[in-house]
Write a protein that binds this ligand. Sequence first.
Ligand SMILES: *Cc1c(COP(=O)(O)O)cnc(C)c1O
Length: 422
Amino acid sequence: MSLRDRDKKHLWHPLTQHKIHPDALPIQKAEGVWLYDDQDKKYIDGIASWYTAMYGHCHPYILEKVQGQMQQLDQIVFAGFTHKPAVELSEKLMEILPVNQEKIFFSDNGSTANEVGIKMALQYFFNQGKKKNTIIAFEDGFHGDTFGAMSASGLSVYNGPFEDFFIKVVRIPTPNASNIEEVKKQLTNILSEHEVAVFIYEPLVQGANAMHMFEAKYLESVLQICKENDVLLLADEVMTGFGKTGTNFASDQMDCKPDIISLSKSLTAGFVPMAVTSCTQEVYDAFLDDSVGKAFFHAHTYSANPIACSVAVAGIELLASVEIQENIQKIIQSHQDFDTKIRNHSKVKSTRQLGVIYALDLNIEMDRYGEKRYQIFDHFMQNGVVLRPLGNTVYILPPFVITEEELEIVYDTIYQLLEKIL
Ligand SMILES: *Cc1c(COP(=O)(O)O)cnc(C)c1O
């Protein structure tokens, strides 16, 4: 039996209606920006496998570090024990995180990193005898699929069956030049009507919301109001973290720094799952007490797994390298050149870019999971490029190691879509 058929027998894939789309494509190998399927056809990974493999797949430097770590120490309980990879990772993160961050808490994925951040914020106030029960979030944000993270997420296509069970979240629109005064007014009203503990937000780019972007200066004024009203700021940098927006973190592009930051995805460079939630000394200090009761009682079995930590350390070393930093600048420039070429095309409604993230909205009506979407996806796949359209948005978020020639293949495939398919 083929791998495809064996897959169908027992496997249940995420975000998949198996009745309509029963087939999954087997990938047998990956190297750099290239994925190889079971027929040895190769594809450029134009979205870095959901923004994880930013240094390319199976990077030899990371591989070497992981292999060494695997032979040394595989796993150890992180309550009461510690190890060098975790300590090193905390130090490496301090070198690149916004300066006010001081402490690192581990979990397993982006959703849990946000759960941890939300719980930290709620308990931060609880420990001080303040009962704050409300979270503010952006409309159409995405923070993950566990209950707290899902409550904070505004994308209803995922939330429908669960909405009756959510924690209390009040939403505001993402700010822009035309609505900023209205958003500020809404926010002020919410703050006077509710006991708000934390504002959770994807800074500058909402990934799952079709790479919706908004400007730093408008976000900054929203953050400022929260700060002035004793509301903690939780920046969900699960997608935006580690260089993708042109700075190490999107939060670097604003003066107002978050109290808590959640990170995952490219933290571990596509090798293994892991996440961290960082916070300020002030947040951490609210959990210190002579009684055990004020401690943060949240744990995941694989917290700070040494192998995952060693991957993350190696990944941050690569991010800091001259080669990767230069490549980021090259990709930014290439995207701009491509944009000049296509932004006035009749099939293009609008385009946007931040760092290595480039998105264009097609000038056609489309359902998020409609047939047209699969037709466009198939066009890309036939041409050896993995891009996953979100509604009528096509976006590129390539590994930092992609070459100019490889980028040209991606651009050309999009150009062919505009010229021949649509
Ligand atoms: C992917 C993502 C998450 C969820 O991360 P998982 O690892 O899939 O649980 C949360 N927030 C943002 C901004 C994301 O892009």
